[in-house]
Design a protein around this ligand. Sequence first.
Ligand SMILES: *Cc1c(COP(=O)(O)O)cnc(C)c1O
Length: 459
Amino acid sequence: MNDQDIKNLSTDAVNLAGTCAARYVDSIRDKRVFPTQSDLDALRNFDEALPQNGTAAIDVLQQLDLYGANATVATTGGRYFGLVVGGATPASMGASIMNAAWDQIAIMENTAPTAIHLERLAAQWIVDLLHLPNDGSVGFTTGSSVANLVGLAAARNALYENLGINIEECGLTNAPPLQVVLSEQAHVTVHKALKLLGFGTNQMIKVPCDSQGRIKPNALPEIGPDTIVCLQAGNVNSGAFDPFAEIIPEAKQKGAWVHIDGAFGLWALASPDKKHLAESAWLADSWAVDAHKWLNTPYDCGITICRNPKAVHEVMTTVAPYLTSSENVPPKDMVPEFSRRARGVEVWAAIKEMGQEGISDLINRCCNHAITLANGLQELGYEIVNDVVLNQVVATIGNPDDIKAIAKFVQDEGECWFGTTVWQGRTAIRLSVSSWATTDNDVKRTLESIKRATESVLK
Ligand SMILES: *Cc1c(COP(=O)(O)O)cnc(C)c1O
């Protein structure tokens, strides 16, 4: 291959990818939300033994478009209500495509000046939006799983340091155990992070919650300078918030470290109308929040924020003679990853596109859609099992088999998608409204689909 061939190959591939991506985006709002069985069956067309010979890039991409695009889930289309899944705003999606072409390695300034510059700016904007400390550490991670891991790792090291123990030197084996106080409703990924950090279940005290999944403050155990208190902004079922104002000041006064898992709920702080829900969240020591959920950036992107940057840097810093940089603390020293995607580019684009007001509108709009859904469900005879304070709706009718049949009917119909859960012992449908692209009409169509399903199952 000569120079011209190399150039043509990449240009042709990116042009074709752009055409296919644009066609996909153009049809997404009309697409079934979950693929048909025949779309899924067509995935077998990919199956072959390890190819011995290569295929032209154009042909590879054509195959990807032909069999791959149809079997995607239309999470960017406005009627996907499963898990807690945002769409992707136009600017952040476009930025992600350009970002892919740039293929930057966002380790430090001299590997990726644009990426690092925009990451820093986005970091500043994020703490401004969420009213969090502007002299802390802000790292862009794969998601809240790793954002929680970073916050809890910083907590572990800082508490040991306060106790006069340097675990960097002596490790955990001979260190006295810390205790972790967390909600019985803590997200599964918090448990995963704690496991990775060497915490055993015997060190964890799970605090009982009320009917909305909020920690009961009077059920908290003795808290001291050996304690990590892990709270939650936005329960994954109910959307409820732990009572921060009642817990954080006292926990801090006793020398504990307070971490908040706010994967989606922390975004309430970006809306003047919803901010009260997370009142006093800003008093914590560390926070995890996702951009790929409610900020509606493409996957994957979480954000880890820590009041005390030193606590993060001590765990994350990497030093080598070939890693010289003029910066104080390059991104590689705020997160576990070394080579990493330039996530800040897409976060910058989303915030620049919406502005503070647009983001506040996005949060309020999703919350209002959740209320419309809850009201519509009630009219259909459903009982709403959570207080709809945020973007989450949990509703039940009939018996557990009816619920599963209703969800399956809706999923098969393809008009929208949501799953089921068990909340407070009751099997229920669970809807999360997290996409910028969800309209009043999407909500109407969703309720109509649920009506058809309900009438069909409960006839
Ligand atoms: C989604 C979620 C997580 C995990 O975040 P990822 O971005 O999937 O890694 C943690 N906590 C809560 C409350 C969540 O909703």
